[in-house]
Design a protein around this ligand. Structure first.
Ligand code: ADE
Ligand code: ZN
Length: 335
């Protein structure tokens, strides 16, 4: 069990969140409210029935429900409300900075215009006291041509997002499938990240690094299966955005006491803690920290290191990063 002091520290320490899919923050209550507002028919009779369906066996079983939940998002105000609700929750968890993923293809394929998506999410970010930036993710189960068309459609709003990512069904859709769209994104000065080594093998982490030239790996927990890869990630100080509750809900690890977060840290990896899809996986940032620290032999020094890692791996100007890291250190100096 966690002692009260460590629990309070985990709750109150300043945090950065670097792996959150905004569509994965849609709580069942908001899904039903938006369905009603927009006249969308859901396959579930009630909030309780929807929540009861959140029993996942793997990534795909989750993605099927996640994409169905996103079908209620039609108007700019819907995207605003979803993002504002997440940012309010993040603020309550003392998240100071967040880099939010969004999946435009989930919406443009249903006829929602790109400007509605980006403007709604962006406006909520501007209205929040939490520092928030956006990362446009390509759905890897779709073609690279579709990803390229999506990037082109988003270019009129280039000033509203800072990077691109790669998500959705990992196995069978390796990073190298998206070599050209990532090269184009790089030319445009966008930051680059990709999900790799969540369900997929270490080989996907190598190609995310070497072919896509990503600056962070999302998940990446399977890196420990490859010693040379682990050593490289440490040498290059390549951050992993680890999502502990997600990994349990999607059966990447059976139980939290089997999660490899401590092994990653002990190996020297720049691991960070994040919520992924908090409405689906049982919790936001503080829930992820508390669940992990309850199950693993982690203490105050790990908490400080994880909080620092979140800011050091953020896509922020150096002075701003340092200001946040100083805030972390000042917080821990008083513990
Ligand atoms: N989309 C939303 N959450 C995801 C995850 N954990 N992995 C891949 N794609 C996702
Ligand atoms: Zn994710």
């Amino acid at each position: 069990m966690l002692n009260d002091q460590l629990r309070r520290v985990l709750q109150q320490m300043p945090k950065a969140e670097l792996h959150i899919h905004i569509e994965g923050s849609l709580e069942p209550e908001l899904i039903f409210a938006l369905a009603e507002r927009n006249g969308v028919k859901l396959a579930y009779a009630s909030v309780e029935a929807l929540r009861a369906a959140y029993a996942f066996t793997d990534l795909q079983s989750f993605l099927d429900i996640y994409y169905a939940g996103a079908s209620v998002l039609l108007k700019e105000q819907d995207f605003y409300d979803m993002t504002a609700a997440y940012l309010k929750r993040a603020e309550e968890d003392n998240v100071r900075h967040t880099e939010i993923f969004f999946d435009p293809q989930t919406h443009t394929h249903r006829g929602v215009p790109m400007d509605v998506i980006i403007n709604g999410i962006y406006r909520a970010c501007q209205d929040s006291p939490v520092s928030a930036t956006l990362i446009l993710c390509f759905l890897r189960h779709l073609s690279e041509e579709d990803a390229i068309a999506t990037l082109e459609a988003a270019l009129p709003y280039r000033d509203k997002f800072i990077g691109v990512g790669l998500d959705s069904s990992e196995v069978g859709n390796p990073p190298e499938k998206f070599a050209r769209v990532f090269a184009r994104s790089r030319e445009l000065g966008l930051h680059l990240v990709a999900h790799a080594g969540e369900e997929g093998p270490p080989a996907y982490i190598y190609t995310a690094l070497d072919t896509l030239k990503v600056e962070r790996i999302d998940h990446g927990v399977r890196c420990l299966e490859d010693q040379a890869l682990t050593e490289r990630l440490v040498r290059e100080q390549m951050a992993l955005t680890v999502c502990p509750l997600s990994n349990i809900k999607l059966c990447v690890f059976d139980k939290m006491d089997q999660h490899n977060l401590l092994e990653l840290l002990d190996a020297g990896i720049v691991a960070t803690v994040n919520s992924d899809d908090p409405a689906y996986f049982g919790g936001y940032m503080n829930d992820n920290f508390i669940a992990t620290f309850e199950a693993l032999p982690l203490g105050l020094s790990h908490a400080q290191r994880l909080a620092r890692n979140g800011f050091s791996a953020a896509f922020l100007p150096a002075e701003q990063k340092q200001k946040f890291i100083d805030e972390v250190d000042a917080f821990f100096a008083k513990v």
